[in-house]
Write a protein that binds this ligand. Structure first.
Ligand code: AMP
Ligand code: ZN
Length: 464
């Protein structure tokens, strides 16, 4: 089956046909580094990793660019609210640069733990200020900008197809947006360059043709950096669904206005949200914030969370609960045990028998990344007694090139004695109901790179 993907731009599943045969240019909007990534954000990156692995599975040579937003993102995706980075700097009494450095490192650590393949190019917004200024100058020359209240705005009324990605209508809600900023000529206009900083303590600022001190609007960085590394037009752009109405809409507007080439990006893919009970959205600014470390502290392996995400199609909301995650944990444990067992098998392989399952797996992942079905194929393989142990082992490891559960390494490595001693101490503390000590010991074990989970027999330890 050909690779088909649901394109938000056309609201249809489409066969993937790259601009250049055999190659795929992929841009994924990266984190705004003012806080830890929460597991909702991480769902987004797991989905994008899956997409990338499926492209590779289909033989494409993927060039993947991910940005790091370290400037310009206000607390609202439009141009209102406060500067996210600055708020964090005030909260933590650090410089904005230190905040960015710290949370970028932490994000990359999470990616590694989740077995997410790193992009070919990491691009930081603050490393690309000249490119962003140049893009505004191009837009200025073509008549797409105006200056008001000291800031440079993109004039959305100059485009006849503004908002096509989100199928925006100039409805009342959109009209309301203009009230937030009296300088806007049209409700959807957005700031390309802030020269009049509303934040006195703004640390990140640059000289520009529009004033001595200023900084870019948030949407600009992705257009400038995507075009720098992937060309004026490229294949795929991704992010969470919240990016459709504002961020990605504005990226398209400024990129297509600057180059005159349409479409800027051929396929737009968006993941649905991770939600809590009652449909509550997990947000970095909300109190319902769960990180990967929170899960590890509770004894989950990061790849339990990856498995949990794969169990639901990326375009469906995923309801998070610890009970559901426990389900994923016991399933991954079963999987690891089976694979460890199969590894010992000395049977012969029968490639012809494997072929049927390889085709089935490919059909499933090529069907707009249908991971629930792909996982079902994997379990069918494990249950199929007409396959030899070696066939099963080979197939599961092959599938794992897409699923990314790191089954080749297998997690049952020899656990060092000092970790076992800590786990024993913790078990004793639990028996004495000394929860404080037990938590401290768990934290210590986590810091040393292991997770300890509670079982009926006592505990189990896994390497992260
Ligand atoms: P941010 O760091 O806020 O720019 O977000 C990083 C990515 O996470 C973006 O692609 C968002 O669309 C996505 N995202 C934010 N919240 C959630 C959520 N609750 N579930 C899934 N994805 C999310
Ligand atoms: Zn972006």
């Amino acid at each position: 089956m050909d690779l088909t993907l649901y394109n938000t731009l056309t609201r249809r599943r489409e066969k993937f046909v790259p601009l250049t045969k055999g190659k795929a240019g992929l841009y994924t909007c990266g984190p705004t580094v003012y806080n830890y990534a929460h597991i909702g954000n991480l769902r987004s990156y797991i989905f994008e990793d899956l997409l990338k692995r499926v492209l590779i599975w289909n033989g494409y040579n993927v060039k993947h660019v991910m940005n790091i937003t370290d400037v310009g993102h206000l607390t609202s995706d439009a141009d209102v609210g406060e500067d996210k980075m600055l708020l964090a700097a005030l909260r933590e009494k650090k410089s904005v640069w230190k905040i960015a450095e710290y949370y970028t490192k932490s994000f990359k650590k999470d990616m590694k733990k989740l077995n997410i393949l790193p992009p070919d190019i990491w691009s930081k917004a603050t490393d690309h200020i000249p490119e962003q200024i140049e893009l505004i100058q191009t837009l200025e020359k073509k008549g797409f900008t105006y200056i008001a209240g000291g800031n440079v705005y993109f004039n959305t009324s100059k485009l006849n197809d503004y908002g096509k990605l989100a199928q925006l209508k100039l409805d009342a809600e959109m009209q309301a947006r203009i009230k937030d900023d009296k300088h806007k000529k049209n409700p959807h206009d957005f700031v390309l360059w802030f020269t009049k900083s509303k934040f006195e303590a703004q640390e990140m600022k640059w000289h520009s043709p529009w004033g001595k001190e200023g900084y870019p609007g948030w949407h600009l960085e992705c257009s400038a950096m995507a075009m720098k590394y992937l060309g004026k037009q490229f294949d795929i752009h991704c992010g969470g669904i919240d990016h459709v109405p504002v961020h990605h809409t504005n990226e398209i507007a400024q990129s297509e206005a600057a180059t005159g080439k349409k479409p800027w990006v051929k396929y737009w893919l968006h993941n649905e949200f991770l939600v809590l009970s009652q449909g509550e959205k997990m947000a970095k600014s909300g109190g319902n914030f769960i990180t990967l470390s929170t899960l590890e502290e509770k004894g989950f392996h990061p790849l339990d969370y990856r498995y949990f995400c794969l169990g639901t199609h990326y375009r469906k909301p995923l309801m998070f609960s610890y009970e559901a995650l426990e389900g994923a944990r016991s399933t991954t444990k079963k999987l690891v045990e089976k694979v460890l067992d199969l590894k010992k098998s000395k049977d012969k392989e029968n490639k012809t028998k494997q072929q049927k399952y390889l085709l089935e797996f490919t059909d499933n992942v090529n069907d707009d990344l249908n991971t629930p079905k792909a996982l079902a194929t994997m379990w069918d393989v494990l249950k199929d007694d007409t396959l030899s142990g070696r066939d099963k082992y080979s197939l599961v490891l092959k599938f794992d090139e897409v699923l990314g559960l790191d089954l080749k390494k297998l997690r049952k490595e020899k656990i060092p004695q000092d970790i076992i001693t800590l786990a024993e101490e913790r078990l004793n503390a639990r028996k004495k109901k000394d929860w404080k000590k037990a938590d401290e010991l768990r934290e210590k074990i986590t810091k040393l790179g292991y997770v300890v989970g509670d079982t009926q027999e006592g505990y189990e330890i896994m390497k992260v």
